[in-house]
Design a protein around this ligand. Structure first.
Ligand code: PHE
Ligand code: FE
Length: 291
């Protein structure tokens, strides 16, 4: 995800578009070991939890091979499948830079990996979150299109001063989205699949609300960046998500400019409810989250 910072010039050593070389040879054995530990935990947990598109993407990119993947190798297959590629960045990048990359089917990924004592909690997205979490879905043609359109839409929202509304769409789909399937709810959000504890919480815990996706409803709902989500939105299919977001958002933005936000734990009369959460976790103070 992008930063809201005002710093618009790239840090020393980065290119004008904020990209850097991954410098794969520089990773230490201990760093590769961190990836493998995280990888093993998630690979064991996610069948039956992550959606098929994600699991297929994981296979297609052969992220099973040991250690932190080399972006150049991932990109051979990813580009062939959907025209996307992964580019390395030093950390969070400014919004306009981020959207421009997405609009051109480039996914900016952090190069660094968390430390062994940070397996369960991390403030800034690292290479495991960015690559394991986000890149498998980019092998799916429908999702690939959605992400590119989001990048274009982001530039538009920035220009209108309504990025806070569009950012919620990203958060509740790309990062924390759930998908309904015949076998039950499945995860497609990167923030969930890269987290051991949230991969369980998001599907199994009675605390959060789980509500059918509605575009304007989502864009009126704030989110939390510091703990498990209090609400998850469920899409009926990736195709449906793409269809609802294809339309021009101009009239939506006009309505949103005066529409009040919806409280993070509220239920609205027209919500399609999958789970009416107890909110017990949030009320008890939370803070078990990791991603
Ligand atoms: N259709 C949106 C608009 O007109 C752009 C968009 C597409 C935003 C997909 C998000 C996701 O602004
Ligand atoms: Fe992310």
């Amino acid at each position: 995800m992008s930063a809201d910072g005002f710093n618009t010039s790239p840090p020393p050593g980065a290119r004008a578009d904020w990209t850097i070389d991954q410098d794969w040879a520089a990773y230490s054995a201990a760093e590769h070991e961190v990836w493998m530990t995280l990888y093993r935990r998630q690979a064991e947990l996610l069948p039956g939890r992550a959606c098929d598109e994600f699991l297929h993407g994981l296979d297609a990119l052969d992220l099973h091979r040991g250690g932190i993947p080399e972006f150049a190798r991932i990109n051979e297959e990813l580009t062939r499948l959907t025209g996307w590629s992964v580019v390395a960045v030093p950390g969070l990048v400014p919004d306009d830079i981020f959207f421009d990359h997405l609009a051109n089917r480039r996914f900016p990924a952090g190069r660094f990996i968390r430390k062994p004592h940070e397996l369960d909690y991390l403030q800034e997205p690292d290479v495991f979150h960015d690559v394991f979490g986000h890149v498998p879905m980019l092998t799916d043609p429908i999702f690939a299109e959605y992400m590119q359109a989001y990048g274009e839409g982001g530039l538009k929202a920035l220009g209108r001063g309504q990025l806070h509304n569009l950012a919620r769409l990203y958060w509740y789909t790309v990062e924390f989205g759930l998908l309904e399937t015949k076998q039950g709810l499945r995860i497609y959000g990167a923030g969930i699949v890269s987290s051991l504890s949230e991969s369980i919480f998001a599907l199994d815990d009675p605390s959060p609300n789980r509500i059918g996706f509605d575009l304007e409803r989502v864009m009126r709902t704030p989110y939390r960046i510091d703990d498990f989500q209090q609400v998850y939105f469920v899409i009926p299919s990736l195709r449906a998500l793409r269809e609802t977001t294809l339309a021009d958002f101009s009239t939506i933005y006009e309505r949103l400019a005066t529409a009040p936000d919806i409280a993070i734990d509220a239920m609205e009369p027209c919500d399609r409810i999958y789970t009416c959460g107890t909110q017990a976790y949030a009320r008890a103070g939370g803070r078990m989250a990791s991603r």
